[in-house]
Design a protein around this ligand. Structure first.
Ligand SMILES: [Zn+2]
Ligand SMILES: [Zn+2]
Length: 346
């Protein structure tokens, strides 16, 4: 039996090829992939062959947001049975280091992350008909959840981790810089968890409108605005700012939106900051919190969706069949304002 795989053969070129099935070992599970989401890092690999953190070797398989059906387990498995519908967590820790043992496996030095090129050779991605994954990072999902929702547990995980790290609590307020898919996930997760007022900014009108429609308390178009004029933008000071833009100016302007003692949470790869205004942070005794991927978030993501409290599929703007994986990548990479989350169905 063979599997079809979408290979990135060079920057900007996806080719679907047939390949031998991957080997299945003890403690692993063979999954028929049904849904894969395209993430910012996939777009970066697709267009440039790298992210700010690593360069990949071609050919490469993209995709780390996936869900599907269990086909077979390697050996006896008490949790998973053939036919189970599952969400796949892409980051696998070594399980024995201090970080892994204390629940912070996202920081594990030996982390093997699907499709990531931070370490070489890069991990194998999920844009394939069949993949093999370690069973303990594969989670059964209820029948009420779609494969697409299950795949979206990945960006939702980024949001849950950022929320936890920020320390924000129900009834508090937040501002989110940027209105892209990750910002959208943060909005939805914060809303689901009782954060009462959420303000969002972006330089694109379509995106700002989209977030208003998804429940942001207020949205602001900040294109062309002077940093000085941004300081008094919000009607109140907030407990936490989440930055998804990595724009230094926007970030510095937002410090005046945060209450004294509040928190600036950086979400995403911080390639854009050189000069954060530590002076302001200092006199206002504000904290900077960084977030790197996530740990222990999948069960929470699944429960929030299962309970109907979280609908990340509202962020999906385009859907493509597997045969058109190349078109899907082109669509995602074009970064048109109406492109939010692009999903591939298999
Ligand atoms: Zn992702
Ligand atoms: Zn480890």
């Amino acid at each position: 039996m063979k599997r079809r795989v979408a290979f990135l053969t060079r920057a900007g070129k996806i080719e679907i090829r047939k390949q031998e099935m991957p080997e299945l070992c003890e403690g692993e599970v063979l999954i028929r992939v049904r849904s894969v989401g395209i993430c910012g890092s996939d777009i970066s690999y697709y267009t440039k062959g790298e992210t700010g953190l690593g360069r990949l070797d071609f050919p490469h398989i993209l995709g780390h947001e996936c869900a599907g059906d269990v086909v077979r387990t390697g050996g006896e498995d008490r949790r998973l049975q053939p036919g189970d519908r599952v969400a796949v967590e892409p980051g696998v820790g070594c399980g024995i280091c201090d970080y892994c043992r204390t629940g912070r496996y996202n920081l594990c030095e030996s982390m093997a992350f699907m499709s990531s090129a931070i370490k070489r050779p890069g991990g194998e991605g999920g844009m394939a008909e069949y993949i093999v994954r370690p069973t303990q990072y594969v989670y059964p999902i209820p029948d009420t959840m779609s494969y697409e929702q299950a795949a979206l547990a990945e960006p939702v995980s980024v949001a849950i981790h950022a929320m936890r790290r920020s320390g924000i609590r129900p009834g508090q307020s937040a501002a989110i810089l940027g209105c892209g898919p990750i910002a959208g996930c943060i909005l939805l997760v914060l809303s689901a968890c009782g954060v009462s007022r959420i303000y969002m900014t972006d330089i694109d009108e379509t995106r700002v409108r989209k977030m208003k429609g998804l429940g942001a308390s207020e949205t602001y178009l900040v294109k062309g605005k002077e940093p000085e004029s941004l300081r008094a933008l919000l009607p109140e000071e907030v407990d936490v700012v989440f930055d998804t833009t990595c724009q230094e100016d926007a970030c510095n302007a937002s410090l005046s939106w945060i209450k004294k003692g509040g928190v600036l949470t950086l979400v995403g790869v911080p390639t854009g900051y050189r000069m954060l205004d530590l002076q302001t942070l200092f006199v206002r005794e504000q904290s900077i919190i960084t977030t790197f991927r996530y740990a222990n978030t999948y069960p929470t993501a699944i429960r929030l969706m299962e309970g109907g409290r979280l609908h990340p599929e509202a962020l999906v703007s385009h859907r493509f069949p597997f045969e058109k994986a190349g078109e899907a990548m082109e669509k995602a990479a074009a970064r048109e304002p109406d492109v939010m989350k692009v999903m591939i169905a298999l």
